[in-house]
Design a protein around this ligand. Structure first.
Ligand code: PXG
Length: 283
């Protein structure tokens, strides 16, 4: 494995950053997770754009152009000879003094890791997964805008732990008003009466790249997706439910908080979208 750090490549054990890096000390930084399918990097441009927009929002200057960043990702994937896998792109505020002031950080640290990924066991893609709703809320936009893909994932991690303690692998998070936001690292969709719904970003969802692809694919299948406000009631009474994300792709959800969703197995619209998505990533 070759890990890119600030323009150099290091082996897995040699890939280290300073304990004075503010990414570690304060979670001060941004990241992306990107998929590689058959040696091709999926939606690289979109991921790099989202990275730079997250950085812009936190006043973090990335010390290279977007084009140079895309090339660095492509080079790292090529050097690792990775055909199918995952890229973790991280930009931290960089090394600085103790104390939160980012002004002590001279230059951002850029890290690119290429590896395998498997977020959920295979059986859940066929049978569906049972999840819970979490008491840990998604951050509201007046605190830390959830559209920023920052290194601050503590409340998502708390939600993940809550899921684990309930014997599940994933949790749905709500915003402080009780509207559904998303899962801990995935977006969420429901189907009801042949219509498709997902929370609008203003309810606390990250604008997932996979989510946006699903919205596009749905339209091509003559399903009109609606970005709207959803509550737990909508989840409990949905005909179908599924999660989307770079690592997870599309996972059918068949149970939420002990309620059986739809017929308790992956629904027709979900299956159509899974099939169309598999074709899309090949194309
Ligand atoms: N919501 C959140 C909070 C995320 O972190 C998504 C939705 C899905 O977005 P994309 O653009 O991937 O469709 C994410 C993505 C991981 C991991 O290591 C996390 C993400 C992606 C891939 C892997 O758990 N976050």
């Amino acid at each position: 494995m070759k890990v890119y750090i600030d323009g150099e490549y290091y082996g897995k054990t040699g890939a280290r950053i300073s304990v004075f890096d503010h990414g570690l000390l304060y979670g001060d930084g941004v990241f992306e997770g990107i998929r590689i399918y058959q040696g091709r990097i999926f939606k690289l441009k979109e991921h790099v754009s989202r990275l730079y927009e997250s950085a812009q929002a936190i006043l973090l200057k990335i010390p290279m152009t977007r084009a140079a960043m895309r090339k660095a990702v492509e080079d790292t994937v090529r050097i690792n000879k990775q055909k199918d896998g995952y890229v973790r792109l991280v930009v931290t505020r960089g090394q600085g003094a103790l104390g939160i002031d980012p002004c002590s950080c001279r230059k951002a640290t850029v890290i690119i890791i290429v590896d395998d990924i498997q977020l959920y066991p295979r059986k859940y893609y066929e049978k569906g997964i049972r999840i819970i709703t979490s008491s840990s809320r998604r951050m509201s936009s007046d605190c830390l805008d959830p559209r920023i893909k920052s290194l601050n994932y503590m409340n998502n991690i708390m939600a993940k732990l809550e899921a684990r303690q309930a014997g599940c692998l994933e949790a749905v998070m709500m915003n402080r008003e009780g509207f559904i936001s998303e899962c801990t690292a995935d977006n969420i969709f429901i189907a009801k009466s042949r219509r498709l719904f997902t929370p609008a970003p203003c309810y606390g969802a990250l604008e997932g790249i996979t989510r946006n692809v699903i919205i596009d694919i749905a339209a091509s299948l003559e399903i009109v997706p609606e970005e709207t406000a959803l509550t737990r009631y909508d989840l409990y009474t949905a005909d179908e439910c599924f999660m989307t994300g770079t690592g997870a792709e599309i996972v059918p959800v068949t149970g939420i908080d002990g309620r059986v969703i739809g017929k308790g197995r992956p629904g027709e619209m979900t299956k159509r979208l899974i099939k169309a998505f598999a074709e899309y990533v090949k194309g």
